[in-house]
Design a protein around this ligand. Structure first.
Ligand code: ATP
Ligand code: MG
Length: 527
């Protein structure tokens, strides 16, 4: 057989042309040390901060400490499957979670996996978004202008929250912090009738961090009973889960919220609570040998919370023109972070940090709670720095003197314990104050509509309750609201509008109703 050199070269050329030279690179390292849910990995030279790492055995991890010769990572799964010497690969992406309307109505874990037994969640590749995203910048935001009503008299009247605001709920353990959140979520049913697809319906996200599993189950059951589950997402990283899951849970919830906010919806997110999240972060960081700072927290703990809370905002109407991320402008994300204090100490590290990041705080006090003033809001030191602009005009008008009356009452109350001869004006202030305190008490699971709150507070501040016995205030209030609903339904309907003013006509109508009802109430009491 004769070999033609030209034939050989042409065959070789053809072969070379067909050769695929697309080699992909991946960074591979080895586990140096593993234990307590954290691992040190050697050899991942080009690892990114917060990058997702894949350990052999399918366990995932997150890079948190990038050091000269190793990477410190937390494990996000069964740590017992990871051994020393195991291979670790970088993935080139940060942790992503599924987002979108299909998440609404579900209970998920910190990685967005369903835990409610209602089946798998269908999410496309594009629905997965990283848990850390940039917060809207200055020009993509607009000032808070619409009310986020909680349905709780003491809050909506004196510490109003606006859509896009961050209002801290702070107090000792067992002072009704979670109860405030639950009622606020239940109250959102009024915005769109509880139908998640209604464009006005506020979608709620409850992030439970380090809570007892039973507390979370109870919370979800209450939501279900109140018809609030269809528009709520529960992200649960309970006390039994790894510290890593507890500290990423708030970011997970926020990413789910942002997706819908950027589509023009209104969102309410509650982080219950950030103290436990900070503790989980401290635990992980101490295990990774980060130098401990004040109260043994790592130095970036302030940043941990500020970059979380900065993501809550009211998006400007023109945002879609500035950034394609926004599909529709005008959406909002309101945050209610919770911080637990020890013995009411707000000057501890985490409380002071979070107070300085938020736009106000609702301070719940143990003493008030135990003396029966529930919700136990301490009006003197609770504030809302931006929400006043968003309060309904009618409420703003009738609740005007409330705060001062209560402050005066508290001062006089302490002083009146010592003397018996009180002048007339002091006595009047005491009578009024005691009735207002009574009026602001509110049971759980009964958030009130704006109209019911406005007329009740009007009854209190106008002095109509001064001659009603203290133990009859609650009954009077309930009866009065029902009476107005029966006799003046149109006025009540009007008062429920977010823009409704306290006009002379409305005032006269309510006043007339008040006189009529008082006569009726007195007659019934005399029988
Ligand atoms: N307005 C209220 N009226 C009556 N009971 C209330 C009210 N608010 C809360 N409670 C009750 O007080 C208890 C503590 O409330 P809650 O669990 O909300 O407190 P917490 O501050 O979240 O507690 P923890 O620190 O354990 O998380 C609960 O049993 C709850 O039912
Ligand atoms: Mg709680």
């Amino acid at each position: 057989m004769q070999l033609q050199p030209s034939e050989v070269t042409s065959i070789l050329k053809k072969e070379i042309e067909g050769l695929e030279t697309t080699a992909s690179t991946e960074s591979v390292g080895q586990v140096l040390q593993v234990g307590d849910g954290v691992a040190r990995v050697y050899g991942l030279d080009d690892c990114m901060m917060s990058e997702l790492l894949e350990f052999s055995g399918g366990v995932m991890g997150m890079a948190l400490n990038l050091e000269d010769d190793n990477v410190g990572a937390v494990l996000l799964g069964d740590a017992s499957k990871v051994k020393e010497g195991d291979v670790v690969k970088t993935t080139g992406r940060v942790i992503s979670v599924p987002t979108g309307m299909q998440m609404v109505g579900r209970v998920v874990d910190a990685l967005g996996r369903p835990v409610d037994g209602k089946g798998a969640i269908q999410a496309a590749e594009s629905d997965y978004l990283p848990i850390e995203q940039a917060a809207p910048n200055v020009i993509e935001r607009q000032p808070v202008s619409e009310p986020m009503q909680t349905g709780i008299k003491a809050i909506d009247s004196m510490i109003p929250i606006g859509r896009g605001q961050r209002e801290l709920i702070i107090g000792d353990r067992q002072t009704g912090k979670t109860a405030l959140i639950l009622d606020s979520i239940l109250n959102q049913k009024r915005t769109g009738g509880g139908d998640p697809n209604h464009p006005d319906q506020v979608i709620c996200i409850y992030v439970a961090i380090g809570q007892k599993q039973s507390t979370v189950v109870d919370f979800a059951r209450r939501l279900e009973e109140g018809g609030a589950m269809p528009y709520t997402i529960v992200v649960n990283a309970s006390a039994s889960e790894e510290a890593s899951m507890q500290f990423i849970a708030p970011y997970t919830g926020t990413t789910m919220a942002e997706r819908l906010r950027d589509e023009g919806r209104h969102l309410l997110i509650a982080y219950d609570d950030l103290t436990k999240q900070a503790n989980a972060y401290r635990q992980v960081m101490l295990l990774l040998r980060r130098p401990p700072g004040r109260e043994a927290f790592p130095g970036d703990i302030f940043n941990l919370h500020s970059r979380l809370l900065e993501r809550s905002a009211k998006v400007s109407d023109g945002a879609p023109k500035l950034n394609p991320r926004y599909k529709k402008g005008g959406g909002s994300l309101t945050a209610l972070p919770v911080v637990e204090t020890q013995e009411g100490d707000v000057s501890a590290y985490i409380p002071t940090n979070v107070i300085s990041i938020t736009d106000g705080q609702i301070f719940l006090e143990g003493d008030l709670f135990y003396s029966g003033v529930r919700p136990a809001v301490n009006v003197g030191i609770s504030v809302s720095r931006v929400g006043g602009a968003a309060q309904t005009p009618a409420m703003k008008k009738v609740a005007g003197g409330l705060r001062i009356n209560l402050a005066q009452y508290r001062e006089l109350e302490a002083f009146a314990q010592f003397g018996s001869d009180l002048d007339k004006s002091t006595q009047e202030a005491l009578t009024r104050g005691a009735r207002l305190v009574e009026l602001l008490k509110q049971g759980q699971y009964r958030p009130l509509a704006n109209a019911a709150q406005v007329v009740a507070i009007f009854a209190g501040t106008s002095g109509a309750l001064d001659d009603v016995p203290l133990d009859k205030i609650a009954e009077f209030e309930k009866g009065f609201v029902e009476f107005l609903m029966d006799t003046r339904a149109v006025v009540m309907e009007e008062l429920n509008g977010a823009k409704c003013k306290w006009t002379d006509e409305i005032r006269d109508q309510v006043k007339a109703g008040l006189t009529e009802f008082k006569a009726q109430f007195a007659a019934a009491a005399a029988e």
